[in-house]
Write a protein of this length. Structure first.
Lengths: 1027, 448
């Protein structure tokens, strides 16, 4: 019996009068199919008389031809050197110590070269200060091979010869010598003794010469405060390994604050094995690395922080601190003050607020408590920019008092809030020489462009801290017709010697004091005892008083924009570096973008949303920002747990357009809103229409109370309770008995007692989430860049990821308890509602980072499902992946409980569809010749840097010696300056890794699965309560 | 000179004979001169030659400038042009640096002329030794035997070739005549038969032809189809398996470099040129400055004392041919023979790579050469006999693995292996361990 019911799919169909239904019924596709090339042109297609038969013939012929052609190998040429340099042996790497000082990043590093090509940056362990390469420094080797580099000097956009430029500059200098117009050199912070000498030499020759330092991201307020108090323009230095209590007011000292490099000292005092651990309180607006690692994080807006700082000062000083405009902070303040008093000189207060008064008070507090971690005699020189001088320059330029402008590596037309003013003022100067690496905004507007060399092609030096020197030496000859600007200045000053001679002379006459130059060059660093003479002001007490008063009276600002620098992009000078663009931000796990971070409360108020869409991507609303007269439109929004209510975060370094490849022209330019070089601004945020598509690699934000993924405990439990309590070994049921999961085995075990057995330990206490290891892995293992579109559909290729988890309650422990207490399906603590709640991070969550790479399981689930045995196990503990055997079934990735395998969906090298470093000859020079470049359809994953372990073994065999502990390393373990990742041979029972394996904090990830990984983690211990 | 012209026999023969006669006369005349000259000087040119080759030849030649000046008739030249006597020469040879330092005019002139390259002092040479050397420079003794032998050998080669051809031709002719004779006999016999009325019946077979029978027999058909298929599968497999295997690959190189002469005749250690094989994964193709270590003074090929062998001559490998290849090297490296200096105009040599291991296979020379002590020849074959270098081994994975299975690791005297050896030999109950037992068959050891 048939039914005469009519089933309809939409209103239109029911009503039956719609043209839409009619056309949909006829055409399956409403739009033309997106076919490209031949089929695009309809006329051509119609006029062609090629039949289907012809087509098949051609297919058949070309297949046969290709098959036949493939049988013959191509003829390969080998061209040896005519005269081989002594230091180069093909196939053997050389390491050179050098330093990077690009105005934002300062570090002493080693550069690994192969056949004369720099391919990798490593930490320089002999450096006492700033010897660790962060993610940007790790990636700087790729910037050397940037195909968009300026390849020679230019005038008004057309290439010229250096001689032309030299003549023009000399003529202008001579012409100006007798006039009243100035010659002004603007550089970023160099902290270079030789550069200073060079500038002095230039000033001696030309009376009208001036030099000023311009920093894109300024530390002007801290510099001025230090100068106000001590008479020297520098930054106070801190040693966090000496601090038992750290109170940070918006200072992201685990990030880039004051040039970075503080995490090593910080983590040195975060080892619970020592019995004591620092207590870290972070007051901040945006969620930063420092806040994520803090024991106590208090989200506060900038003005609240200033008031709190003033209160803290008053309390410590014994003055009345209560009341005032904001009394809610009083409880925190008294708690902080008592903590400081409890440890006395072992406390330190740091401040990242862009306010001279706040900085001044911070100096005063540290001095008052006589903090041992506080160092003014050997200050830092990692920033020197002066806002006052910059404004004076703008006035001078506008008043036509400047006749010639030399710009050394600065790009104010992009990164100055006064860009428009500067541009019009530049036209009044008439003669601008810009030393630039890329054809950036400022270079475009300059009369001449002096093509700049990369730091790996240059000589130089730096003094990052009084008495701590570093040398920069070239590791490759200039790839193009470029010149480091110092060489230009030397030439224009009429000095015939090379900049190498000049640097050497500086060092031999005023730095080395008789020590060997060659030794210093080999080490890359030189340390001598050097104290800065401080001249203190007599009116300190009054100044403190007025500073504290002005701080307490800070105006309330209920809509603050807090600008910050992202871990991956920094000040944006390497915006054309695809590794950094693709580097997922440690906090938001989003790449290829900057965005407005908004608290949940504000997001609800303003109607801003984040949504997950069907393809696994993250979408976010657009917002319009208005700061003063500046307006930024279409700023994508991310709702950020932990963002202080009433504040909005936006990262610098994005939105660059000029000289940048289309793919890298991402984000919006936050420098436009950086008025008066203050990171904190009054902002108006409005919702705009449309949704932005993000490339976010981690949509799961909480742990859902699964405490066995990241194990956490507090210092009290760690010290006073049994490890079984806070580091539970998972139990499984065997014959109805609960037994430890590690004791149950489906498989026969391998005998790994002979030879090496590699293990890796990851200390969650020491990992700050900085991501240097991610880029190091990228560089070492030829990991391809896939681009935003691919990342969005979860096809990222990073072998090593750093998972970031938020707690849903105030802490992870509370999450675990909540999950345990869930009872039944419905009701107040039913699992239906409860798990839903656990998915949402708290407004001020605890944060944990967990680096995850292939766990190299002894019983690897991937190995058993591979139909072609492409992945197999070694007795050394490494899980091998033979790419040439892989046929791409992806069974292994599906069976991997850790989701660490990466599939090559496309050919990412020498493929016109992609335009990243592996797709041009220059960019391919960065590839590591010891590691395969994988092809399409192949699975890949972390190999535990087998090329490095094999090399260590071979070197020992060749030398005929046993291997010492510490010789084995991987790219990530070598890159981790904090010592969070330790790698070694557990069969060497005296090794560090063997001891770490016996440590009571040790646990395996997903131990109950029974995979028996060779990577293990150390339980994170937070010093939440006083031990 | 190539002996490929077997045509125009009489002409060639004539030329050779004329040449031979001419050469013999020349040498006779030369020998006479020598005898006269040596009598004048009172030195022994034969002993002088030996001394010259031992001490001087690295930097001097008789008739061309090298690192130092040409030395033919040096004594006469000096006394005639510069007015310097033998005593000056004694002093110079024994301590040239001293003479330069003492401000001797000609000594300084020579020193500056030859790029201030200081001549080694020879205090050990006695005046008599120097006399001998000078006697040799004034009149080097002939080396006629080798040269004449070479010429004769050429003639012999040419003649023997002609004889063979001739005999073959005659034989072929005889055969042809025989065949024609047989045909004629048969035809004559047939004609006789016809004339005498004998009928020659040609039998016609009444049975089905064999191929038809074959097709009709289904079993046979089936079997042969199966056999055919199996055979084609076998050959297809064999063909497929050799795709990408270039065993025996001997490409033509831009410079004819003979490993036979270098590694075989002159017994140069492989790692003298391929030095990075000791420390690196690459054996390395020597840079041209390595060639010039020797070829600065070896500017021509003089061959074996016995002269080029028969096969060499057959291939055209004459002394001139090799000397010409050395000139190619000079051109590539930018070496000016006249001034004995580098011009700076180098043209790197584009060698054709012979051993092409795929990128996905990691191979390290130093692991095998330095650690395991494997002879180069194990994989590269008898290189010292290779006039043209070729790929000796198949370089397949099966070939690698086979060796890893069979070869014992050199464990003794290497502290690295001590512990491992002890533990493994206990585990396997053997004293010697193969590379495979050490883990040398694991995928990731070579593929990463």
């Amino acid at each position: 019996m048939s039914s005469n019911k009519k089933y309809w799919r939409s209103d239109f169909e029911l009503n039956g009068d719609s043209k839409v239904i009619e056309s949909l019924g006829k055409d399956e596709f409403t739009e033309d199919l997106p076919v490209v090339g031949f089929y695009e042109d309809k006329n051509e297609l119609d006029s062609s008389n090629a039949s289907r038969r012809d087509f098949l013939k051609w297919v058949g012929f070309s297949t046969a031809a290709a098959t036949v052609a493939a049988c013959e190998g191509p003829i390969k040429k080998s061209v040896p050197y005519v005269v081989q340099p002594d230091e180069i042996v093909p196939g053997v790497a050389n390491y050179y110590a050098t330093s990077i000082a690009n105005g934002y990043d300062f570090a002493s590093v080693l550069v690994k070269t192969r056949e004369g090509r720099p391919i990798k940056v490593e930490n320089n362990d002999s450096a006492k200060v700033l010897g660790g390469a962060n993610a940007r420094v790790q990636a700087s080797v790729l910037s050397l091979y940037d195909k968009n580099r300026i390849q020679g000097p230019m005038a008004n956009g057309a290439p010229i010869e250096w001689d032309n430029l030299d003549t023009a500059v000399a003529a202008r200098l001579n012409a100006l010598a007798d006039s009243d117009q100035k010659v002004v050199l603007v550089s970023h912070t160099k902290s270079s003794p030789s550069y200073n000498r060079l500038v002095a030499l230039f000033a001696e020759k030309y009376d009208n010469f001036e030099h000023l330092v311009y920093d894109a991201i300024s530390s002007d307020s801290s510099l001025s405060a230090f100068e106000q108090r001590y008479g020297v323009r520098a930054l106070a230095d801190y040693d966090f390994s000496k601090a038992d209590v750290i109170i940070s007011f918006d200072a992201d000292f685990l990030g880039d604050w004051q040039g970075g490099g503080y995490s090593k000292g910080y983590t040195a005092h975060r080892k619970p094995e020592n019995g004591t651990m620092s207590h870290h309180i972070q007051l901040e607006s945006n969620m930063t690395l420092s806040g994520s690692n803090a024991d106590k994080r208090i989200p506060l807006s900038q003005h609240q922080q200033k008031i709190t700082l003033a209160k803290l000062y008053n309390t410590l000083k014994g003055q009345d601190a209560s009341g005032g405009s904001d009394a809610s902070m009083d409880a925190y303040v008294s708690a902080m003050a008592s903590k400081i008093k409890a440890v006395g000189t072992k406390a330190v207060v740091v401040c990242g607020l862009d306010d001279q008064m706040a900085q001044y008070i911070t100096l005063a507090i540290n001095e008052m408590i006589q903090s041992e971690a506080f160092d003014t005699n050997k200050p830092r020189y990692t920033a020197q920019g002066s806002l006052q001088k910059w404004n004076a320059l703008l006035d001078d330029m506008e008043a036509s008092r400047v006749g010639m402008l030399l710009l050394d590596g600065v790009n104010p037309l992009y990164n100055s809030p006064d860009a428009d003013r500067f541009q019009s003022a530049m036209s009044k100067v008439g003669f601008t020489v810009s030393s630039a690496f890329l054809n950036n905004e400022t270079a475009n507007a300059s009369t001449f462009v002096a093509a700049a060399s990369h730091f790996m092609e240059s000589w130089g030096d730096m003094q990052v801290k009084a008495g701590f020197y570093g040398l920069t030496q070239p590791v490759i000859r200039e790839l193009f017709d470029t010149r480091q600007f110092e060489a230009c200045l030397l030439k224009w000053a009429g000095v015939e010697e090379s900049y190498y001679d000049f640097v050497r002379q500086t060092w031999e006459t005023s730095i080395l004091e008789g020590s060997s130059w060659n030794k210093a060059l080999q080490d890359g660093v030189y340390v001598r005892d050097e104290n800065v003479s401080l001249s203190r002001s007599v009116t300190e007490a009054d100044q403190e008083l007025s500073a504290a008063r002005s701080l307490s009276n800070t105006r309330v600002n209920d809509s603050e924009l807090v600008l910050y620098a992202k871990t991956g992009m920094g000040d944006g000078s390497q915006a054309n570096n695809p590794w950094l663009q693709e580097f997922p931000d440690p906090i938001t796990r989003t790449s290829w973008d900057n965005y407005l971070t908004v608290s949940k409360t504000d997001a609800e108020k303003l109607g801003l949303v984040n949504e997950y869409v069907a393809n696994g991507g993250l979408d976010g609303s657009y917002a319009k920002l208005t700061v003063g007269e500046q307006v930024l439109e279409n700023v994508p929004v991310i709702v950020q747990p932990g963002q202080a209510v009433g504040t909005f975060g936006l990262a610098f370094g994005y939105g660059r357009k000029s000289g940048i490849q289309t793919e890298m022209q991402t984000g919006v330019n936050a420098f436009k809103l950086y008025l008066n070089n203050s990171k904190s601004q009054q902002v108006k945020v409005e919702k705009m229409s449309g949704m932005h598509e993000f490339a976010c690699v981690q949509l799961q934000r909480t742990l859902m109370g699964r405490g066995d993924i990241i194990k956490e405990t507090d210092m009290n439990s760690y010290l006073h309770e049994d490890a079984a309590v806070w580091n539970k070994i998972p139990q499984v049921s065997l014959d109805h008995q609960e037994v430890p999961a590690s004791s149950v085995d489906l498989w026969d075990s391998f005998d790994r007692s002979v030879g090496h057995h590699f293990n890796m330990s990851i200390d969650l206490n020491a990992c700050t989430g900085c991501g240097a290891c991610v880029i190091a892995c990228h560089a070492e293992n030829n990991v391809p860049v896939v681009g935003k579109r691919e990342i969005r559909v979860s096809r990222d290729m990073h072998w090593l990821r750093i998972d970031r988890y938020y707690s849903s309650e105030e802490s992870f422990e509370a999450d675990n308890e909540k999950k345990e207490d869930l009872d039944g399906l419905f009701g107040s603590n039913g699992s239906l509602g409860g798990f839903g709640e656990l998915e949402n991070p708290s407004n001020n969550p605890q944060v944990a980072f967990q680096p995850v790479m292939c766990q190299h399981c002894n019983h690897a689930p991937c190995e058993t499902v591979c139909p072609v045995a492409a992945t197999s196990h070694s007795r050394q503990g490494q899980n091998h992946m033979a790419y040439n055997r892989c046929i791409g079934t992806r069974y292994c990735a599906n069976n991997c409980p850790y989701k660490v395998r990466r599939f090559n969906w496309f050919l990412y090298n020498q493929n016109d569809e992609f335009d990243f470093n592996m797709n041009n000859d220059l960019g391919r020079m960065v590839l590591n010749p010891d590691v395969n470049v994988r092809s399409r359809g192949v699975m890949e994953k972390c190999s535990m840097c087998i090329q490095r372990t094999q090399k260590t073994i071979l070197d020992a065999k060749r030398d005929g010696r046993a291997i010492k502990d510490g010789e084995f390393n991987t790219a990530c373990s070598a890159a981790c300056d904090n010592g969070a990742i330790v790698f070694g041979d557990v069969n060497d029972h005296e090794s560090e890794i063997a001891h770490l394996k016996e440590n009571n904090r040790m646990y395996h990830l997903l131990e109950h699965v029974g995979t028996q990984p060779n990577v293990f983690y150390q339980v994170k211990v937070r010093n939440t309560e006083e031990a | 000179m190539r002996t490929n012209s077997n045509q125009n026999l009489p002409v060639l023969n004539h030329i050779f004979k004329t040449a031979l006669v001419f050469l013999v006369f020349t040498f006779a005349a030369f020998a006479q001169d020598t005898a006269e000259a040596s009598a004048d000087l009172g030195g022994d040119p034969t002993a002088g030659k030996q001394l010259f080759n031992q001490n001087c030849a690295a930097c001097h030649a008789l008739n061309r400038k090298m690192t130092g000046p040409a030395l033919a008739n040096v004594e006469t030249r000096l006394s005639e042009d510069e007015g310097l006597d033998k005593e000056w020469l004694y002093a110079w040879i024994k301590n040239s640096a001293g003479m330069i330092a003492s401000g001797d005019a000609y000594a300084n002139k020579i020193y500056n002329e030859y790029n201030k390259a200081a001549m080694t002092a020879f205090p050990t040479l006695s005046n008599a030794d120097i006399d001998n050397i000078l006697a040799y420079t004034a009149a080097p003794p002939p080396a006629p035997v080798a040269a004449a032998a070479a010429t004769e050998a050429q003639v012999v080669v040419a003649e023997s070739g002609i004889a063979d051809e001739l005999i073959l031709a005659i034989l072929a002719l005889v055969l042809a005549v025989l065949v024609i004779m047989l045909f004629t006999v048969q035809r004559t016999l047939k004609r006789f038969a016809q004339l005498s009325g004998v009928e020659i019946k040609e039998e016609k077979p009444a049975r089905t032809p064999i191929w038809k029978a074959f097709i009709q027999n289904q079993f046979l058909m089936f079997v042969s189809v199966v056999v055919l298929l199996l055979m084609s599968a076998y050959y297809a497999y064999a063909y497929m398996m050799q795709v990408g295997i270039d065993q025996g690959y001997a490409p033509v190189q831009p410079i004819h470099y003979s490993h036979k002469i270098h590694a075989g005749d002159n017994k140069i250690e492989c790692t003298y040129c391929h030095s990075s094989a000791r420390v690196s994964k690459h054996s390395g193709i020597p840079s041209l400055n390595v060639c010039m270590n020797c070829h600065k003074s070896i500017y021509e090929y003089k061959g074996n004392p016995e002269g080029p062998s028969k096969e060499d001559l057959a291939n055209g490998y004459t002394n001139e041919f090799y000397t010409n290849e050395i000139k190619k090297l000079y051109k590539a490296v930018g070496w000016d023979e006249e001034t004995q200096s580098y011009t700076g105009e180098a043209q790197p040599v584009e060698w054709v790579r012979i051993h092409n291991l795929p990128d996905f296979a990691y191979f390290n020379h130093s692991q095998h050469y330095s650690v395991a002590g494997v002879e180069c020849q194990t994989c590269h074959g008898p290189v010292e006999e290779m006039e043209i270098m070729y790929q000796y081994s198949p370089l397949t994975m099966g070939w690698c693995i086979n060796c890893h299975r069979e070869t014992n690791v050199a464990l003794t005297d290497n502290p690295y292996y001590e512990k491992i050896h002890e533990a493994l030999s206990k585990k396997y109950g053997v004293e010697e361990l193969t590379a495979a037992q050490m883990g040398g068959l694991e995928c990731g050891k070579c593929h990463y």
